[in-house]
Design a protein. Structure first.
Length: 747
């Protein structure tokens, strides 16, 4: 018996969207790929079985994407009638019911969601832009695992205003790589009984295993004002909706048709640039061209020529109180496609900062802050059976005699073994400066299970790498491992890394070499069940770094005796952090302020509070204080989000570091503001403003993005930088105007 839809008043639409060397190597990968490619009843409540199933309905006619589920096909398909609460009480009574249905045709999936709400006027939804942070707003999040490998997948999310978020599954479901973007559409509507969504995902936007007639599938809803979370499959706080190993099944899928699988995307870029205040500006007009060809449904080859990244948002400035390099993430589209394939090893980060990135794509096309022309690039990404693979080859041009033309690239192969585990190899070649014999090779093995003792997560992994190039000396190897028990009540991890003093990969990121590094971390989450307090989190993160001879260099003991989340959504935290640093050479922490070689032991403290994001004005205040090396340091960090109207959002950030050391005093200040005008999910005007008192530069990055068709975009970007001279007179430092239009043709 089919479910009868609940009758409701006609919806008000709110948020509809329509959504030579290298050539030879790439040709070899392309040639090899075809050889590898041979390859309803109603649920009254989400069942507690490991694999709940939902059968898709047939989409055999037109469907108007308007967020109103009134087409006959919706009435004729199976329904998920209920999700199950995971927060605040596992299995508790929900305030808002959620119903989910899925339709499929040979060319697309359409997901329909009915999110009922007892008080729709209080729905929390501020974002309209593409790829917002929706974790503190009302939203629906969807997981698709089109390979059923239980290790990878796609994530799609939408809020009641139609803001779209997409990502790749990262860290085996423990994280999300939101730098990935796909072509898809969504629309929402809102009535006096809740909000509703229709999500259309073209099959050409996904890679998948053609032989499968069922995919991994899960869905989760967040009702922000009550901090209420509900999920379909595996509704336990020990798991995340992004874990493919804990997903349900989407069954009855048709034989999908990707057509020729060919995508052509030309782009035209024009602009004006004045890179030096003492020189005349220049006009430019260039074209670029990308082509993508599917080789079967699960392998994609991509080529790019004369690629331009002018629309990429500028990096956020950072203050640095360490003696090590700051990490900036990749933002360029070409390098993000299929980037999850290059994930390598467990335990390569510490305190959310990378210790090793074996393949860091920002080494390609960027050199000492300057853009290097990307003349030609090719990629091949795919999954064949239980084998995942990726290959990338690029040819970059010369730059002002700083770097020559050079070929660089990487290869990654990962074999799925056991139920959720994998073993893999990685290799990179080439050097940004053209140094001969540059390469890196590495291997990793990760054991993972979400079935420890029946219902707990556990991971253990080991990895090793070796690098080389002409002129590189010392120990050029690194290896390490991690044991991780990431669950809700108790989250424990132990990590070890050994990094040789000569381990300096040309296409990698390694801020600290010649060390042994170990850490032991633990978090205990307690939910007392009090009316005003949601969660008490106790944390202990310890780390010790020694040189290769075993002599200590750094230690850090991070404790959180108070880390409380209130039932209202506000949070407070207090930290005590003993630290130590042994300097063997002077360290200039700020301009003309030098810390002399010695052994230092100091205590840092932090007070932090945050205002719940459900409020129109919300934010966070953090104050670090206490001793620091041979003196004292106060660090104040404030972020405020203001949502004055549905069309506008304002983000303000301020950081001030005030050091009083024997080598001198210093003050570092960093101001930032981001102003967005959100006309629709497909039309956004934003301006990112930054100033810091070290560079004495004020910069703005103003960006208009108009997605005039799901496959077409117009970007208008204006960058303006001014310099605060010592005589307090401001002068132009540089400015740039870029206009870029691109359109993809799919066949």
């Amino acid at each position: 018996m089919r479910s009868s839809r609940l009758k409701r008043p006609k919806a008000l639409r709110s948020g509809s969207t329509a959504g030579a060397g290298p050539a030879t190597a790439f040709l070899a990968l392309l040639t090899a790929a075809p050889l590898l490619s041979q390859d309803a009843p109603v649920q009254e409540r989400a069942p507690t079985l490991e694999r709940p199933e939902l059968r898709v309905g047939v989409l055999d006619g037109p469907l108007q994407l308007d967020g109103i589920l009134d087409e006959p096909a919706w009435d004729q398909t199976e329904v998920i009638q209920w999700l199950t609460m995971t927060e605040p009480v596992e299995g508790g009574s929900l305030s808002g019911r959620t119903r989910v249905r899925v339709l499929a045709s040979p060319t697309e999936l359409v997901i329909g969601v009915e999110a009922y709400d007892p008080d729709p006027a209080r729905i929390v939804a501020y974002s309209v832009v593409r790829d917002p942070r929706l974790d503190r707003e009302d939203h629906i999040k969807i997981l698709l695992d089109p390979f059923l490998d239980e290790r990878s997948g796609y994530i799609f999310a939408i809020n009641p205003r139609g803001a779209r978020f997409d990502a790749l599954v990262a860290n085996r479901g423990e994280g999300e790589d939101d730098r990935w973007d796909a072509v898809w559409e969504a629309a929402t509507s809102k009535t006096e009984i809740g909000w509703f969504a229709e999500i259309r995902i073209p099959i050409q936007s996904l890679n998948f295993r053609a032989s499968l007639r069922e995919w991994g599938f899960n869905i989760e809803r967040r009702l922000e004002r009550l901090i209420e979370v509900s999920r379909w499959a595996s509704p336990s706080r020990d798991f995340r909706v992004t874990q493919p190993a804990r997903a349900g099944r989407l069954t009855g899928l048709p034989e999908f048709d990707t057509g020729l699988g060919l995508t052509l995307r030309p782009a035209l870029v024009g602009g004006y640039e004045n890179a030096d205040p003492d020189s005349d500006g220049t006009l430019s007009l260039e074209s670029s061209f990308d082509v993508a060809q599917r080789i079967g449904p699960n392998v994609t080859a991509i080529a790019t020529m004369n690629t331009d990244f002018g629309e990429t948002e500028v990096d956020a400035r950072q203050t640095n109180l360490t003696r090590f390099s700051v990490f900036f993430p990749e933002k360029r589209t070409f390098f993000l496609e299929g980037s999850d394939i290059y994930d390598f090893g467990l335990g390569l980060t510490s305190f959310r900062r990378p210790d090793i990135v074996p393949f860091f794509t920002r080494r390609i096309g960027l050199y000492e802050g300057e853009t290097v022309p990307l003349l030609l690039g090719g990629k091949l990404n795919g999954r064949i059976g239980d084998t995942n693979f990726g290959g990338l080859v690029t040819r970059t041009g010369s730059l002002d005699e700083l770097v020559p033309e050079t070929t660089m690239g990487a290869v990654r192969v990962q074999q799925n073994v056991l139920a959720e585990s994998s073993v893999g190899l990685i290799g990179t070649f080439g050097d940004p400066e053209g140094t001969p014999n540059s390469f890196l090779v590495g291997a990793d093995f990760t054991y993972q299970t979400s079935q420890l003792w029946g219902d707990k997560n556990f991971l253990a992994g080991v990895w090793g790498m070796y690098t080389n190039r002409d002129g590189l000396t010392g120990d050029r190897s690194s290896f390490g491992g991690k044991i991780d028990y990431p669950n809700d009540l108790l989250d424990i991890a132990v990590t070890y890394k050994r990094i040789g003093d000569g381990f300096d990969p040309s296409l990698g990121f390694v801020p600290r070499r010649g060390i042994h590094s170990g850490s032991a971390n633990g978090t205990l989450n307690i939910r007392p069940g009090w009316s005003w307090l949601r969660e008490m989190r106790y944390q202990l993160f310890t780390s010790l770094v020694t040189d290769l001879d075993g002599k200590w260099e750094s230690y850090r003991i991070f404790t959180a005796p108070i880390h409380w989340q209130l039932e209202s959504g506000e949070a407070v935290e207090f930290n005590v952090v003993p630290q130590g640093e042994r300097l063997v050479e002077p360290f200039e922490i700020a301009d003309s302020v030098v810390i002399q070689p010695s052994s230092y032991h100091f205590w840092r403290y932090r007070l932090e509070g945050s205002i719940a994001s459900k409020r129109k004005i919300n934010g966070r205040f953090s104050w670090w204080f206490g001793s620091f090396y041979d003196g004292h340091l106060d660090q104040v960090d404030v972020s405020v989000n203001i949502n004055p109207a549905p069309i506008a959002t304002i983000e303000l950030n301020f950081e001030r570091n005030m050091g009083r050391l024997e080598g001198g005093d210093f003050v570092q200040q960093l101001w930032g503001a981001r102003i967005r005008l959100n006309f629709s999910p497909d039309l956004e005007l934003s301006s990112f403003l930054q100033y810091d008192n070290e560079s004495r530069q004020f910069g703005t990055n103003t960006r208009l993005r108009w997605t005039f068709k799901p496959l077409g975009d117009l970007f208008v970007v204006y960058n303006h930088n001014m310099e605060d001279r010592l005589d307090r007179n401001w002068r132009l430092y540089s400015n740039q105007l870029i206009i870029k239009v691109q359109y993809a043709f799919r066949y």
